[in-house]
Design a protein around this ligand. Structure first.
Ligand SMILES: C[S@@+](CC[C@H](N)C(=O)[O-])C[C@H]1O[C@@H](n2cnc3c(N)ncnc32)[C@H](O)[C@@H]1O
Ligand code: SF4
Length: 377
């Protein structure tokens, strides 16, 4: 049987840089776009030689703002993946969309090119919050984009950000109600994080505003989980909720530590070679550096190296604990000289063991990072 593989394609450009965002996204003209697509195709060719014949579970166009791509770019890339590996009807093909580049015509073009799932960066339904987040769309446009998407696609997700300064649970609850009423299949609700090297980071440093404290953030998290789960959404990953059967196959595959390749500027991948060794790949981050590399050496790897067993174990625990499915308890066999690190969190009611799987409890979900710092070394 062919092994599964997911494919991530990165589009590194946006119309404007949002003040909270530390993703690999750049603002520039469109003069590199054609060349970039040719490089993505060469990059795919190279990574095919490393991964051989595979069953493609998912393709994910992420960014940046992939909805700035011409539908023809999507078509060319998907046709090429089909030639290399062959796509099938059940392959989930997602595209991240930004309301400012999501017209009905574009949605129809993306669908005709092969996209079957949309993930939209809505962020908020309140104009004042959208303004604070430096977004180029308003709430009316956000609502219209979701309506257009659900008329054209039957697998639609959108992102909201919560925990903004001055936000309260009443305000956030109203937005969750709106989100639920659209009848979409999936919601990603992210807690606002102030990342280094962002405009928000320097604003907070200069005391222009302060993020919510940890306890209030925890209240938002619990409120979100309760709201979504009582409305029949599965809380299948810390920030992700879905109706039955509509988890994001792509991200779920990655969190389960299955193989994926990363294509395009800054994209990273993890794959097992024929000798079962796990490898990490990391492409050059800047679009022109990536393009130069692919043109000269036929691939965009800045780093390509085998992971040792311990590194792979660390990653597997880190990612697997994020998801409701959890990780096999046997992963810890012989890892510690005493069972203390895990026992502590079982006793605190933050980790639980059921049917030989270890999962986070609701309490544990609030403090995953500190649990990881203690159990992974
Ligand atoms: C790579 S972005 C792509 C989406 C698309 N470019 C857009 O912004 O509409 C994926 C999502 O990450 C979330 N995100 C990015 N930076 C964040 C931050 N600092 N805190 C919380 N969520 C963040 C946003 O919800 C965003 O939609
Ligand atoms: S949040 Fe999205 S639109 Fe804004 S800069 Fe980041 S990737 Fe671009």
């Amino acid at each position: 049987m062919k092994k599964d593989l997911s494919i991530y394609i990165h589009w590194p450009w946006c119309l404007k840089k949002c003040p909270y965002c530390d993703f690999n996204s750049h603002v520039a003209g469109d003069d590199l776009h054609e060349e970039y697509i040719n490089c993505v195709i060469s990059d795919l060719n190279h990574q095919k030689t490393l991964t051989c014949d595979r069953n493609i579970v998912s393709v994910f166009f992420g960014g940046g703002t992939p909805s700035l791509m011409k539908p023809d770019y999507i078509r060319r890339i998907l046709e090429h993946i089909d030639i290399l590996y062959s796509l099938n009807k059940s392959t989930e093909i997602t595209m991240e969309c930004n309301p400012t580049s999501s017209t009905i015509d574009k949605f129809l073009g993306f669908k005709a090119a092969g996209i079957n799932r949309l993930s939209m960066g809505i962020q908020s339904f309140h104009d004042s919050e959208l303004k604070f987040l430096g977004r180029e769309h308003n709430s009316k446009e956000a609502i219209q984009t979701i309506k257009n998407a659900t008329n054209i696609f039957n697998n639609v997700s959108f992102d909201l950000i919560y925990g903004l300064p001055n936000q309260n649970l009443q305000n956030w609850g109203d937005q969750l109600k709106m989100a639920f009423d659209f009848n979409t299949q999936h919601l990603s609700a992210y807690q606002l994080t102030v990342e280094k090297n962002t405009k928000f980071f320097s604003e907070v440093k200069k005391n222009k505003w302060q993020p919510l404290d940890d306890d209030t953030q925890a209240d938002f998290f619990e409120f979100t989980r309760n709201y979504m789960t009582t409305h029949n959404f599965n809380h299948y990953e810390i920030s992700n909720f879905c109706r039955d059967g509509y988890d994001c196959k792509h991200n779920h595959n990655i969190w389960q530590y299955n193989d994926y390749i990363g294509v395009g500027a800054g994209a990273h991948g993890r794959y097992q070679s024929i000798d079962n060794k796990r490898h990490l790949t990391q492409n050059y981050r800047m679009p022109n550096t990536y393009i130069d590399a692919v043109k000269h050496v036929k691939h965009g790897f800045h780093q390509h190296a085998p992971l040792d067993e311990h590194e792979a174990w660390q990653e597997m625990v880190m990612m697997g604990l994020r998801i409701q499915k959890g990780i096999p308890a046997s992963l810890f066999d012989g890892k510690y000289s005493t069972s203390q690190p895990l026992e502590k969190y079982f006793k605190l009611g933050m980790l639980q063991k059921k049917c030989d799987k270890i999962t986070l409890t609701s309490k544990g979900q609030l403090v995953l990072d500190s649990i990881l710092a203690d159990i992974i070394f």
